[in-house]
Ligand binder design. Sequence first.
Ligand code: NIG
Ligand code: FE
Length: 421
Amino acid sequence: MSNSLLIRGASQIVAVSGRAPKRGKSLAEIDVVCGGAMLIRDGVIAAIGPVAQVEKLSESKRAQLLDVDGRIVLHGFVDSHTHLIHAASRAEEYELKIRGANYEEIAHKGGGILNSVKKLRTATADDLKTRARHFLERFAEHGTTTIEAKSGYGLDVTSELRILSLHKELDAEQPLEIVSTFLGAHVVPAEFRGKAGGTRTYLQLLVQQLIPEVAENGLAEFCDVFCERSAFSRTESKQVLTVGKKHGLRPRVHAEQLSNTGATTLGVELGAASCDHLEYLRPSDIRTLARSKTVATLLPGCDFHLGLKRYAPARHLIEAGAIVALATDCNPGTSPTSSMPIVLSLACNQMRMTPAEAISAATINAAYSLGRHKRIGSLEVGKQADLAVFEVADYREIPYYFGVNTCWLTMKRGEVVHMRD
Ligand code: NIG
Ligand code: FE
């Protein structure tokens, strides 16, 4: 017997249907069904459309009923850039930053990513898992149904493998989907610094031991690098991503976050799934992205949290025809948030994206960057029933109300994973 659920009473269903990925003008085409209904069978969307049409199906008459009472139904957010597994906050650095220290200065003194590495290496797997579970619940409460998660706070063989194994365990043990990315090339760990050839030796460890082991054990789908003046150069990044690719790990790149390093052209050259951050893009980088299938993933939470004035050039990217996505970059150093709604608010207010563009960027285009757009990312017949229901009267109110969580219900594969009391 199949398990059927009829959702009705939505004042708007935001379907985001049509060709994926969405570029240019099509980013704003989100296909809003007013007063619609949706039939879900065994976790998959079986029908969607005007209420009269969906309700008259014989299966709808037998289905369990969920009346959302005038609320708005969206596909759950796909958060395509997070650093889920970390041991603790860096609230101490937050205060230093407020007092005027900048992110790179803190990192230079052994804080920043290395601070998180120190904390993670001494944490137990149980502690890390409990903290991650707590974050996953917060993601679900804010309407997120799939996240990408990066390693990168371990930076030695044992700790990196431990993080990636936790991604796998958590993916199996709780309802949100976790897509695993290996970020061994986050920064050079402390024990390799200040030694002659330290960076080279660490890179050898990555390409000769870690990447092959990660790939062989199916611990990640993607390989990422932090290509930045304080992390890895373009040449070093190329080495890591090329070896990753040879082992079946698709590239992603932390690109042009604090300076322009040529990471975007490298990413496109290597067929990266995504180049992320992009505050320091050059006009030619925008053209390169626009001609490619590499997604431009924008992370305005970082600029907000670090108090930086330079947001990524979203409008130029959209107008040039690049595939734009949005993500939280949830991490303890630059973007301590698991709220996609606040990211949408920042995208609209600071980068002048419209609410419709922000919704497509946070669902279908993010799903495309994870290679999952055929199964998730939009509300269409045959796709997985990953939903977020918001207690608002109009989809534009999702980014409009900032710092207020209007998510009322979240559903993964047709099962409720969060519901407000
Ligand atoms: O995406 N840029 C590199 N990685 C993270 C920050 C990590 C940290 O500061 O802990 C980012 O912003
Ligand atoms: Fe990041």
